[in-house]
Design a protein. Sequence first.
Length: 283
Amino acid sequence: MEFKDLEIFQMVAEKGTITEVAKEFKYVQSNITSRIQKLETELNTPLFNRHRRGMSLTPEGKKLLTYSKQILLLTEEMKKAVQSKEEPHGKLEIGTIETVIHLPEILSKYIKKYKNVDLSLYTGVTETLEKDVLNHKLDGAFVTESEFHPDLISHEVFQEELVLISDMRGSTLEELNGQPILCFGEGCGYRARLKAWYKDQNITPQKIMEFGTLETILRSVAMGLGITFVPKSTVIQMEKGGLIQCHSLPDQYSKIKTVFIRRADTYLTSTIEKFIETIETNK
């Protein structure tokens, strides 16, 4: 059994057709077919159901897929572990929540210094990003601090103060309780903090409206659509410009840390090691 056979098997399981996989690997279709058949012969069991729409995994194929993912991940880790600590290069896939105010500075320093790194950035809420790091979809992510999975390790980036913001109508904190909450989807650390405050105040929010971007949330607040809970550093200019007003909540809800998480059991390549060093020197 060859590693390439497992890669092809995994791709066929994902795509569901020989044609797409052949294009991906730049092989003729007969080559892909013969490799799958070879694998089935070696394991003495059919791995796919063949039908007009393509191919789907048999129960045995689903079992093999679980093991093949683990084998290929370990293979990649093995390659990284035996290589020397050379200049950072290759792909680096990082996730982030939308409110990391110092992120452009961190990325700029890193990319300018390590020009051979192909860095990609993905946004999401803390809970989703944590899962993506755990499942090896991301090399690391900037998230709000919480009780993380034991397989993750975190590096502190900075501490923030969250503030409740509203439009300029001069409402008191008590008067804001009945306004709609504008926020990201479930899994957002800021949303969880605000919900905890509401719960401790025995208040049930009348309406929660979910948005996809921070910019849309802030503009909607300024227009009087509702209130939100965000780091003060992200709205300083809006406050100075008279677009919104900030309301402070007790420290147990408002003080929050942004951290960078990664899997604790993965090999620390020079690419990710230098990225963490850049974070540390930016504090």
